[in-house]
Design a protein around this ligand. Structure first.
Ligand SMILES: Nc1nc2c(c(=O)[nH]1)N[C@H]1C(S)=C(S)[C@@H](COP(=O)(O)O)O[C@H]1N2
Ligand SMILES: [Mo]
Length: 454
């Protein structure tokens, strides 16, 4: 041991933002902030973020400037994040048919879409995030002869090929949002276990498939059925027979008319990387319920207990615990409908705009699990004033909603654009990821992107 490790600015901000503020900007308490921001402290902060901060007086003490914060990967490296403290930039994906989304993990492959690439009304397949828990099956055979079994609490177990699914049931096409249960995990402090997703483990593609409820009805759902268990053909990293992931949903969600066995994505055959020949799409619930390379649906007479259903997987705390504290499984609940979230898709985080820019056109998306979003508000002055955006209705239930707004900036400088969605019940995104849980689910703080007008 050679004494204390130097801590980077970003780590320090993550672990103790008040102290980081004091170290970096030379103030010890929020009360002193105003004074410091008039003098040397303001200069230090401006240098750190790359420009004067017109709304500096509104910045809450301990707020990590978005330009320096971890979480949302920047389009271009933020102006002046100190090189020594900057996290290793995720590498762009190199895969035929895919855009350069950001690889968080190579094996299994996990890649997220930078927010500014989620700017389309319907997320193109090329830009759609990838979340694998294991290795995709390699020998797929003819897609039409891929088989899916429905068994368990049914009158007549069925095994159907994809061709039979397509012939026997009425195909539907819908725009459905889906996001990983761990989307937003990187916003938790202290860090929660797992891939450190920003907001880009999400998308709204156009899916074509048949309704799971039609298939279940054909098999005849017994009165004893209460839950599904999903199985896929991917292989685990250890090379054993254990299911990579096997989650399920309560019967009511399986019977929702928007829960699909999908075989087309954005008008084309479902690509292998997204679960082709056939996968589940369970919109609005943690993406892990949307089994890829689907081989079996087991109707069960009790809650499913497959891989990813127990422990702290896809569970949040029933009663909040101190962030970083010890959790008891008995005090957790299965995460179902995802919480409300908005993202800013233009401008990109880290955008540099011409010095004379005063009008800013903002665009984004918002969604709220099984619910609709009633409003999205934006702020460019650290949350002192908020403006309602023009929020479009969803194209269909479970589609995300696009929003636009025009805001005026008072001068050149460093700004943060904040967006905050409110769901149909009045629930809003919190200022910081709340209800900390060991594996970091449901982190949905207000979205912040840094913009430099200089
Ligand atoms: N068979 C199988 N299905 C799976 C997974 C997996 O690892 N194996 N990952 C799940 C998780 S956690 C998510 S978020 C979504 C991601 O779907 P995508 O890779 O098409 O974006 O697939 C789900 N379905
Ligand atoms: Mo996920």
């Amino acid at each position: 041991m050679t004494g204390k490790r130097e801590r980077g600015l970003i780590e320090l901000y993550r672990d103790d933002p008040e102290r980081a503020d004091a170290v970096v900007f030379g103030r010890r308490t929020g009360i002193e902030r105003r004074g410091f921001l008039k003098g040397a402290g303001l200069g230090a902060m401006a240098a750190a973020v790359g420009g004067a901060i017109p709304f500096a007086a509104n910045m809450p003490a301990g707020l990590i400037p978005a330009a320096l914060a971890q979480g949302a990967p920047a389009a271009t490296p933020p102006a002046a994040a100190p090189a020594a403290a900057a996290p290793a930039a995720p590498k762009p994906l190199q895969m035929t048919g895919k855009a350069e989304i950001l690889v968080l993990q190579e094996r299994p492959l996990n890649a997220e879409t930078p927010q500014h690439l989620l700017d389309d009304d319907v997320t193109p397949t090329a830009k759609y995030f990838i979340r694998n828990n294991g290795l995709p099956p390699d020998a797929l055979g003819a897609p039409a002869s891929w088989r899916v079994t429905v068994d368990g609490e049914v009158n007549t177990p069925l095994t159907l090929t994809v061709a039979e699914l397509q012939q026997r049931f009425t195909p539907v096409t819908m725009k459905l949002q889906m996001e990983c249960g761990g989307n937003g995990r990187s916003f938790f402090t202290p860090e929660a276990r797992g891939n450190q997703w920003g907001n880009g483990a999400a998308g709204c593609a156009e899916w074509t498939g048949v309704r799971l409820r039609d298939v279940l009805a054909a098999a005849g759902v017994k009165a004893s059925a209460v839950y599904t268990g999903h199985f896929g053909a991917d292989k685990n990293l250890a090379g054993t027979d254990a299911q990579v992931i096997s989650r399920g949903v309560r019967l009511a969600k399986a019977m929702d008319e928007d829960t699909l066995l999908a075989f087309r994505m954005n008008g084309e055959a479902l690509p292998n990387i997204h679960g082709g020949p056939v996968r589940l799409i369970v919109p609005g619930w943690p993406g892990s319920a949307s089994q890829k390379w689907l081989t079996r649906i087991w109707l069960r007479d009790k809650e499913h207990d497959g891989t990813g259903m127990t422990g702290f997987s896809y569970r949040t705390m029933k009663t909040p615990i101190p962030p970083g504290g010890t959790a008891a499984e008995a005090d957790t609940q299965i995460l179902e409908s995802m919480p409300v979230r908005s993202i800013i898709t233009s401008p990109a985080h880290g955008a540099r705009l011409p010095a004379n820019t005063r009008q800013l056109a903002l665009r984004g998306a918002a969604w709220a699990g099984d619910k609709t979003v009633q409003a999205v508000h934006v702020s460019t002055d650290f949350g002192t004033t908020w403006t309602a955006t023009q929020l479009a209705a969803p194209a269909n239930r479970h589609a995300w909603q696009r929003w636009t707004a025009n805001v005026t900036l008072p001068s050149a400088g460093y700004f943060e654009v904040w967006s905050r969605a409110t769901d149909q019940d009045g629930k809003m995104q919190p200022h910081a990821a709340g209800n900390w849980n060991p594996q970091g689910y449901g982190g949905n703080p207000i979205n912040r992107v840094a913009v430099l007008v200089a």
